[in-house]
Design a protein. Structure first.
Lengths: 375, 324
């Protein structure tokens, strides 16, 4: 507390997050050194691999799309003081919703209607999967962290069962559904650009990224410009005061978790309707947990989430390039970086504060005058 | 009749083998959580220990050295959890998630860099593993009715860690319920302020709790890679850390019920393996996923208060801030 007071506001908002992420990357560099590779060379290859050529950018933005959805999901729940660790399961079930709509109507409905319905269903399925833990927390007092973890495993088992026993394409050996008709496939960005006469290398990047950006705007508008968003943040900020002000805590818990689950469920739109065009196993592939790192790094703000998602998207794509160029480094290095970011931007976020406070108090007096109002 | 008896004995024996890492892990986490710290990083600690113990055992060729290395790495991660949550009062859930993700990444990155086998460690020879111990007379007694299969398959034929785990259960019960340390541990999870006021260090108590948790999850991880299996393979914990967490909650943070829950969840697993593709009279084929998912569903139902109630230690998840 004493350390906090002596820090100016800009350092609180701008400097501490940067220092936290810098420490995380410093440790990542140590890991790279430990396996006998050159971290600087690795960074160079990584940046080239993520942005250096046209289809790399497409891949980077495709990964970014998923991280925006799950990052927003975690961030929104954080604002209500809830830790939604179940993004993985919600994304999985959301993808099921998207896929079921596509399988049911891909030959009967027109494309715009079909896609609209699929998006809504995906969000609804994700929301429903989050609603159960939310209800249990709000009305039965069970801990949201534990129930959402359990729901991740339950979702995985449900999906394996459905794909192996129910939804599998007749005659198929792999547990996946039939491919959707072309009306049910979201347009790829390179296809759209080709229509406009611009050639772009093909990549899995599809129109879902616009949905992701729209979600950023929605979350920002919802949290800071609606009464519901205000109530949600009030509960997250101080639950006693919120209760005293007459905010219905249970309703806020359920609303926050449903919106969070809906956002996570939209990963299904990008993956199932946008890229795979069928329901497959394990498509959330860690994006749900990645969302935690994204939200912590982006300080739970949509703009921060966007930037952090772009960074992780670049790491995913650049990491693949890195694994190709330096065989000693594997693409799981990105998982290590995620873990380090969660550690230093999350659990150890307060660690550098006393150091910085000491640094600031050591600075000459004149340099500190603009922040006198803060103390 | 005899066939059924042997079948049941074999299932129970498999249950014991599957439940061993769960018991170690859940009892370790019991110390951590009873001291007031949430620990969802069990999976990560176990995975790291499984990797380091198999790596050490394959390089040095000794199972005991592997065990020590496994324990040390798990304790290191446990200390990291303590450093973040006790010293820096960070978010305990976030710290646990970080440890899980870090371990998932690091074990593969180092596994591939060191052994170049796609994340696996080299297959271990019997001398570098904890092998099943045949009790005296087991093979001679095998054909005796009832006693034979029980002695040969259930009592004899497990490895050292399984027997040590069974001894650890009453030991943990005694430590938690009857020693001064256990009393203080339980107190610090309920009312840390009172413990502090009595002149006992909350910090030191909680650090000891995470160290014990590291010790036991380290043994659990080692069991997976050099006792139950002969090598480490990527993501080999496969959610067992979370099943152990479920068992801890299902056992209401009490040593003996936790032990019972682990055995029950182990039994589900042992049965699920044997029911694969088997037609059960009147029910048809039971999907394996249905049985695999039971621990999670039961825990959710219990937490929701539909079957009894699970009350966590009162101060759990709340960082302790010392007043001056």
């Amino acid at each position: 507390m004493r350390g906090r007071r002596s820090l100016p506001r800009w350092a609180e908002i701008g400097l501490i997050p940067v220092v936290n992420v810098a420490i995380a990357f410093l440790f990542a560099a140590l890991v790279v050194l430990a396996i006998g590779a050159n971290p600087l060379a690795a960074v160079r290859i990584l940046i080239y691999g993520a942005f250096g050529y046209p289809d790399a950018i497409g891949y980077t933005l495709y990964y970014t799309t998923n991280f925006i959805f799950t990052g927003l999901a975690v961030a929104l729940a954080f604002h209500a003081g809830l830790f939604n660790i179940g993004g993985e399961g919600q994304a999985y079930i959301g993808g099921l919703g998207v896929g079921l709509v596509m399988l049911a109507f891909d030959t009967t409905l027109a494309a715009p209607l079909l896609i609209g319905l699929a998006i809504l269903t995906g969000a609804a399925f994700g929301a429903a999967w989050a609603a159960v833990p939310a209800y249990l927390q709000a009305y039965r007092g069970s801990h949201i962290v534990i129930t959402t973890i359990m729901f991740n495993f339950i979702a995985a088992a449900v999906m394996v069962y459905l794909l192996v026993n129910v939804l599998i394409a007749p005659g198929s050996m792999t547990p996946e559904t039939r491919e959707f008709a072309t009306t049910a496939q979201l347009p790829f960005i390179h296809e759209l650009l080709a229509l406009a006469g611009i050639t772009m290398a093909s990549s899995p990047l599809n129109v879902s990224i616009f949905l992701a950006l729209a979600c950023c705007v929605f979350v920002w508008a919802f949290l800071w410009h609606t009464p519901w968003g205000f109530e949600l943040r009030a509960v997250g900020h101080n639950i006693q005061v919120a209760a005293y002000a007459g905010i219905k805590l249970r309703r806020v818990t359920i609303l926050a978790m449903c919106l969070s689950g809906a956002l996570a469920g939209l990963v299904g739109v990008n993956e199932i309707a946008g890229v795979h065009h069928r329901i497959i196993l394990n498509f959330p592939a860690g994006y749900g947990f990645g969302g935690i790192a994204v939200a912590l790094m982006g300080r739970n703000h949509p703009v921060g989430v966007m930037l952090a998602s772009l960074l992780f998207g670049a790491l995913y794509q650049g990491g693949a390039e890195l694994a190709f160029e330096i065989p000693a480094i594997t693409k799981e290095m990105v998982v290590v970086i995620q873990g380090l970011v969660i550690l230093f931007s999350g659990a150890l976020a307060n660690m550098p504060r006393p150091w910085l406070a000491r640094l600031f108090s050591a600075l000459p007096r004149r340099a500190r005058t603009p922040v006198a109002g803060e103390a | 009749m005899d066939d059924w008896f042997v079948f049941i004995v074999l299932i129970l024996s498999a249950t014991l083998r599957v439940a061993t890492p769960l018991i170690l892990c859940a009892l370790g986490a019991l110390f951590c959580e009873r001291s007031g710290l949430i620990d969802i990083g069990l999976e990560g600690k176990m995975l790291a220990a499984a990797f380091i113990s198999a790596a050490t055992a394959s390089v040095i060729g000794s199972a005991v050295t592997g065990l020590i290395a496994g324990i040390l790495i798990a304790q290191l991660l446990a200390l990291l959890h303590g450093f973040a949550c006790i010293t820096h009062r960070g978010n305990q859930v976030v710290s646990g998630v970080a440890i899980n993700i870090l371990a998932a990444g690091l074990t593969i990155v180092f596994g591939i860099a060191w052994f170049k086998q796609g994340g696996q460690t080299p297959s271990l020879p019997p001398e570098a593993r904890f092998m099943p111990i045949e009790w005296p007379g087991a093979s001679a007694l095998r054909n005796v009715r009832v006693v034979g299969p029980l002695y040969a398959n259930l009592v004899s034929g497990h490895n050292l860690i399984v027997y040590a785990t069974l001894l650890a259960v009453p030991l943990v019960q005694w430590i938690v319920k009857s020693t001064r340390f256990g009393l203080r541990l339980r107190a610090v999870g309920e009312a840390p302020l009172a413990v502090d006021a009595a002149g006992i260090s909350v910090t030191w108590l909680r650090y000891r709790a995470v160290l014990i948790c590291g010790l036991m999850t380290g043994i659990a991880g080692t069991y997976l890679s050099i006792a139950q299996n002969a090598a480490f393979s990527r993501d080999m914990t496969a959610g067992q850390g979370f099943i152990a967490l479920a068992a801890l909650i299902f056992g209401k943070w009490q040593p003996l019920p936790v032990f019972g829950s682990c055995l029950m969840f182990g039994l589900f697993d042992a049965v699920a393996v044997r029911l694969q593709g088997v037609h059960v009279a009147g029910l048809g084929e039971i999907p394996v996923q249905f049985i695999q998912v039971l621990p999670y569903v039961l825990t959710v139902v219990l937490l929701a208060g539909f079957i009894g109630s699970a009350v966590a230690p009162k101060a759990i998840g709340v960082p302790y801030e010392k007043e001056h």
